[in-house]
Design a protein around this ligand. Structure first.
Ligand code: SAH
Ligand code: SF4
Ligand code: F3S
Length: 474
């Protein structure tokens, strides 16, 4: 789910929506840039929806913007530094265009509150992830010469009734948020502080959104939550007060409801939590062909003592047992993970345990990070960030190299076989080639013949790199 570093480099920008409208010239223009996880990109689509109703059109061209919004991430220090640099650049622009409004959204807004507005004077508007409905009012304040802040977190807000404006999409694959916030308090993680308490969204609105997307031509939805396995909705009372006697919908049941929208609609989901992922979820995956054989199951560390300090709620043995359950129930399932190196006090032996776990699981893919201490987290208060930077880096390089071997081997395993691929678009290198994914989430590139985005095609894979499979239509 989390590819911040990569996305940060190529921060996606809003497309021009309603560009055909003749009146576009008079409408105020919004330039929206998003950083961080898929949840943030999904939120940007809600923001675009709210502001489109206010008369804004989105633009990819920052030169013509009347309003610049940055939807930001706080997960590691580097993520925040990138945004700060961006804001400094936008403020130079503002010197020549004083009426330009600059706003900070998302996790940095929540974490730093009014700091960037009052102390550093880098922004005019600060809005936290649960307050986007307030944006029109806040923008009016700024137009009236004031500064505007709303960083209230909510126990109920799920934006369930807002139909997102699909921004940077390909029209084939889309995200649907099913929960917001997180109650887990992993000791390294800032998300519970920036996103607030966990809440689930009404399943009917989720199914409705999936059906709507399918009718628009979409062929894949990814259900999003920080911990999708803790999804829970009580049918009796809109989910707010749990009544144990009334039927509830759990994640396995929700996934089944979405899978039944149409057999041609693929379902993915992210992120699964090892402590909460049930066999029921795996059985539903095995039962429906349109639920993809791919699970992102972050391990963070291969040593139980580190996991305990991380407050992850499972041991190495428990995690490996979940992997066994996946292999037993869905033998061909691809598995990816997140790993942190150099967490507080991590010894050579503990690092070696991560290496041995990687060798045991042989992940298809992994996102790997150096530990970055975050203010206010349990780890910041309780443990010393004492693994030297050079050692963190060396450990990271070691696991990256190992994962490289595993990713290549996993792709080589897929060669010589036929894969059902959902075409997502054209290859970045050539208009004559299409690209799409198999159910295991591996990217496959092939000559287009007479196929187009949105088609399902059977591809014989003949060659591969660690990142991509290459093949032809059969
Ligand atoms: N909810 C998801 C992940 C959220 S953050 C889960 O529980 O798995 C995405 C990833 O960023 C995490 O899995 C973790 O590997 C990494 N991460 C989070 N906080 C971090 C920190 N302080 N330093 C380095 N990496 C971190
Ligand atoms: Fe952060 Fe843990 Fe929640 Fe994931 S489950 S968002 S790592 S606190
Ligand atoms: Fe996502 Fe970054 Fe916030 S990973 S939840 S945008 S801190």
């Amino acid at each position: 789910m989390y590819t911040e570093e990569k996305l940060m480099d190529e921060a996606r920008q809003g497309e021009v929506v309603m560009a055909k409208s003749k009146s576009t010239g008079n409408r105020r223009k919004l330039y929206l840039e998003s950083y961080g996880c898929q949840m943030n990109f999904s939120d940007s689509e809600i923001v675009a929806s709210i502001l489109t109703k206010e008369g804004f059109v989105t633009t990819r061209n920052v030169e013509e913007a009347d309003l610049i919004l940055l939807n930001t991430c706080s997960i590691r220090d580097k993520a925040e530094q990138t945004v700060r640099k961006r804001l400094v650049g936008f403020n130079i622009r503002k010197k020549h265009k004083p009426q330009l409004m600059i706003g900070l959204l998302g996790c940095m807004a929540e974490r730093l509150k009014a700091k960037l507005l009052e102390e550093e004077k880098l922004v005019d508007i600060v809005v936290g992830p649960d307050a986007y409905r307030d944006l029109p009012k806040l923008i009016h304040h700024v137009e009236g010469g004031q500064k505007a802040v709303n960083v209230l977190l909510s126990r109920e807000e799920t934006y369930a009734d807002i139909n997102p404006v699909r921004l940077s999409g390909n029209g084939i694959t889309g995200f649907i948020s099913i929960t917001r916030g997180c109650d887990n308090m992993c000791s390294f993680c800032v998300v519970p502080f920036t996103r607030g308490r966990e809440r689930s969204r009404d399943p009917e609105t989720i199914v409705h959104e999936a059906r709507f997307l399918f009718d628009q031509g979409y062929r894949e939805v990814t259900l999003l939550g920080q911990n999708v396995d803790s999804y829970r909705w009580n049918m009796s009372n809109k989910g707010e007060i749990k009544d144990p006697d009334k039927p509830t919908v759990n994640f396995a049941q929700l996934m089944e409801m979405v899978a039944q929208v149409n057999p041609d609609l693929r379902i993915r989901f992210s992120t699964s939590h090892p402590k909460d992922m049930t066999d029921d979820v795996l059985y539903v995956m095995a039962q429906y062909d349109n639920i993809c054989n791919y699970i992102h199951l972050p391990v963070q560390s291969g040593h139980s003592d580190v996991l305990k300090k991380m407050n992850r709620g499972y041991t190495r043995e428990w995690y490996l047992n979940r992997i066994k359950a996946i292999r037993r129930i869905i033998p061909s399932c691809a598995i990816s993970t997140d790993i942190i190196t150099g967490f507080c006090g991590e010894s050579d032996e503990e690092h070696a345990a991560t290496i041995s776990l990687m060798k045991e699981v042989k992940y298809n893919h992994a996102y790997m990070f150096k530990y970055s201490e975050r203010p206010k987290t349990l780890a910041e208060r309780k443990y010393k960030d004492d693994v030297p930077e050079a050692l963190k880096s060396a450990r990271l390089q070691e696991i990256i190299a190992l994962q490289g071997e595993h990713s290549l081997a996993s792709n080589q395993n897929m060669a010589g076989k036929v894969h059902r691929v959902l075409v997502e678009g054209y290859s970045k290198r050539s208009e004559e080639k299409l690209r799409g994914r198999n159910t295991e989430n591996a990217m496959i590139v092939f000559p287009k013949e007479n196929h187009k985005p949105g088609d399902y095609v059977n591809i014989m894979v003949t060659d591969c790199t660690a990142a991509t499979l290459i093949g032809h239509v059969v």
